[in-house]
Design a protein around this ligand. Structure first.
Ligand SMILES: Cc1ncc(C[n+]2csc(CCOP(=O)(O)OP(=O)(O)O)c2C)c(N)n1
Length: 551
């Protein structure tokens, strides 16, 4: 080798040198991917994008790691008014964001290109069904790399249709004109809608110095309220059925007046937020009345409990009007053209009244509420009584929410109970709880099944890191026991039933707790003394196993 000359490169080194990741895929004619002249524009475009989102009200970003998204993260880090959270798994990140949104914050998600944003989909399905909005920022490879076999590159446009209608591809390198285009788009998209912004980014994946261009957010046009204000008379005493999320707005006092004046009865799920309200307790039942009501007023999500749903079917067949009220009003799987009163529950309740001012009596004060409970349900009631009334409770789907609703009477347990009943997934429940606990800043408990825990196991890490203690209570009944009630159960072999439906994981929950360095308690029905002490003394996130496997 000649002194001073650069060492000879091997063919592989030569290839590597001349084929940096982005030049290996030859750009289509007329564009150069290595052109750095657009870098300054890209940087200011990204800063302007984050600025517009802050103007729209975004408070937090949940960041999952990746290189393509670097400029988005860096621009967010520059803004002191934003809170950034790191969640490695994108599916958990999206459920965490959903929890934050449920708790009143306005979060956005940031992920890299390829399969990463695809993992947001389950949480978006729940968000859409529960009318919660999220902002999604997916970084993308430059547009010219699409459909050319480039690594980590898929078509990310409209990835989430039909869950989200609002999609915008933001070309940061076009700088200010692109920001003006985005501002128009945002003004046309109501804040209640989730938005997916796909952001193709070229190398270098960093930010140049320089302030963002100042583009103002164009205000949304005023929406007509469209609420019906005519007074509506409801003949005869009826029934109000409150599913989860019925109490999104403070409607309890209006509802109490309405129940009183119409002589009606209330069936309220825990996650309706109405069950524990002191003014409503005298009107409540836990099981549907034997008498057919003259009408049913339904608010929040469609009910979870099978007896309630069966009663609705029976009444619907008998021609009882099932009137939807509030944001979820229009959804009625039984009656396609069922009457509904959209808009706010509070204002709609004010329009409803009985024909005369005379007080009606229907079922009278609570009866089905005072009954003997089996040992497992008593343990759930003990659990409810261990929880402070102003703490937060998240109920997992499947039997957790059903059993809790059946076992725990009005007035017991926390007032604020949440459950993802939009699409009833067993996924992401711990991540959702972590986000909600963070947003609310209050002690939080999550009760969920053993398969549900397994499904979101990695989110125990989020809970371990949570600044607010979260008690994870796993109702371990040896698999997905809701499937014991499948009509086909009697026609298949027990082995097939276990393998394809119950899917018992047979995991050692104590070992799981150790893996995530969480304190652990195991409680069996009839041995609930330790539970109360645990809740009184436990200051950290912990895992509590309710061991129902012997039942
Ligand atoms: C993401 C998702 N996958 C599958 C289902 C169908 N599913 C409903 S309940 C259930 C079993 C849940 O088991 P577990 O959490 O142990 O609760 P249990 O039925 O014992 O109450 C399954 C798989 C679902 N709802 N969501």
């Amino acid at each position: 080798m000649v002194q001073g000359a650069s060492p000879a490169r091997t063919p592989t080194e030569n290839w590597k040198k001349s084929n940096s990741k982005e030049t290996r895929f030859w750009p289509k004619q007329g564009c150069t991917l290595r052109d750095r002249s657009g870098h300054q524009e890209q940087s200011s475009g990204i800063r302007g994008l984050i600025d517009l989102l802050i103007q729209r009200g975004v408070t937090d970003f949940i960041v999952s790691p990746g290189s393509r998204s670097t400029p988005l993260v860096m621009a967010s880090l520059e803004r002191a008014e934003l809170k950034l959270h790191a969640v490695a798994d994108e599916r958990a990140a999206a459920f965490y964001a959903l929890g934050l949104r449920q708790g009143g914050r306005r979060p956005g998600l940031i992920a890299t290109s390829g399969s990463a944003p695809c993992h947001w989909h389950p949480a978006l399905a729940e968000a859409a069904a529960s009318q919660l909005d999220l902002i999604l920022l997916s970084a993308d490879r430059p547009v010219d790399l699409r459909e050319r076999g480039a690594p980590q590159t898929i078509d990310q446009r409209n990835l989430f249709a039909p869950q989200i209608d609002a999609f915008f591809e933001f070309h940061a390198k076009h700088g200010e004109p692109e920001l003006v285009r985005l501002s128009h788009f945002l003004s046309q998209t109501p804040k209640t809608q989730s938005i997916h912004l796909n952001v193709p980014l070229a190398k270098p994946l960093a930010l140049d110095d320089g302030p963002p261009p100042k583009v103002d957010l164009i205000p949304e046009p005023e929406q007509a309220s469209g609420e019906m204000q005519t007074r509506q008379e409801l003949d005869g005493p009826g029934l109000v059925l409150a599913g989860s999320r019925a109490h999104r707005e403070d409607c309890a006092d209006r509802l109490a007046t309405f129940l009183q004046s119409t002589g009606s009865t209330l069936l309220a799920e825990s996650a309706s937020g109405l069950r524990h309200h002191p003014g409503l307790q005298g009107f409540q039942e836990l099981t549907p009345p034997q008498t057919t009501p003259a009408w049913v007023l339904r608010m929040g999500h469609w009910p979870t409990a099978t007896p309630w749903r069966n009663a609705l079917i029976q009444w619907s067949d008998a021609g009882v009007p099932i009137i939807g009220i509030g944001p979820e009003a229009q959804k009625n799987p039984l009656q396609k053209d069922a009457p509904f009163l959209p808009g706010s529950i509070r204002s709609q309740l004010a329009t409803l009244c009985a024909p005369s001012s005379e007080l009606h009596t229907y079922l009278g004060p609570t009866r089905s509420i005072n009954r003997r409970l089996p040992p497992e349900d008593r343990l759930l009631e003990t659990l409810a009584n261990c929880l402070e009334p102003d703490s937060i409770l998240v109920l997992g789907n499947s039997l957790s929410v059903r059993r809790f609703d059946e076992a725990v009477r009005p007035g017991h347990g926390p007032e604020q109970v949440y459950c993802n009943r939009g699409v009833c997934g067993i996924d992401g429940q711990l991540a959702f709880t972590a986000g909600l606990a963070k947003a609310m800043g209050r002690r939080t408990t999550c009760l969920l099944g053993d398969v549900s825990l397994f499904h979101d196991l990695n989110s125990l890490q989020l809970l371990r890191e949570s600044s607010v203690p979260v008690q994870v209570v796993v109702l371990n009944n040896g698999g997905g026991r809701i499937f014991d009630h499948l009509p086909a159960t009697s026609t298949m072999s027990p082995a097939d039933h276990r393998r394809f439906f119950q899917t018992p994981q047979q995991l050692d929950h104590h070992a799981i707790a150790r893996l995530f360095q969480l304190p652990y308690l195991c409680v069996k029905p009839g041995e609930s003394d330790g539970l109360k002490r645990w809740f009184e003394t436990q200051k950290n996130t912990s895992l509590i196993e309710l061991d129902f496997t012997a039942q």
